[in-house]
Design a binder for this molecule. Structure first.
Ligand SMILES: [Zn+2]
Length: 150
């Protein structure tokens, strides 16, 4: 799912059941990193790169990239968990909708491809909206607490 906010739908139930345990920032950064080629292509018109290649869209790559990102904030358990949850769920979602992916690289095919773009999007859209509501609610709660403290 290149440049889609739907990946963030995963965070809604995670934040609901495990509030404050997963960093939204590291989750966001790993998703942007993994879809970096797509962002360069769709956002800046660069030559079409390998959007879902194994260097970004395989479980091995997700774990390596998440480990690199986790190192940047290794003192925060929340940061580390966000990096891994973001990376692993990115591959789990994308492998269902992109036939060209190699999620089990070095195995060169995708045994999990199911052509589920529309049904998966229909599930993730309300979850993404739920996540937006959570962010707005948390922002108001934070602002109220700052106003009350001053
Ligand atoms: Zn992707």
């Amino acid at each position: 799912m290149p440049i889609t906010p739907l990946h963030f739908g995963v965070l809604a139930p995670v934040n609901h059941f495990f509030p404050g345990k997963v960093s939204v920032v590291s989750f966001t950064l790993i998703n942007l990193w993994m879809d970096g080629n797509a962002i360069l292509y769709y956002g800046f018109g660069l030559d079409r790169p390998e959007v879902h290649g194994p260097m970004t869209h395989s479980m091995l790559a997700a774990l390596v990239l998440a480990s690199i990102l986790a190192l940047l904030g290794f003192r925060s358990r929340k940061w580390v968990i966000g990096a891994y949850v973001g990376g692993v769920t990115h591959v789990l979602l994308d492998m269902l909708v992109h036939a060209e992916m190699q999620p089990l690289y070095p195995i060169h095919w995708n045994p999990f491809y199911a052509g589920l773009m529309e049904p998966l999007s229909l599930i993730l859209l309300p979850l993404t909206l739920w996540f937006v509501v959570q962010v707005v609610h948390d922002s108001f709660t934070w602002a109220k607490s700052k106003l009350a403290a001053s």
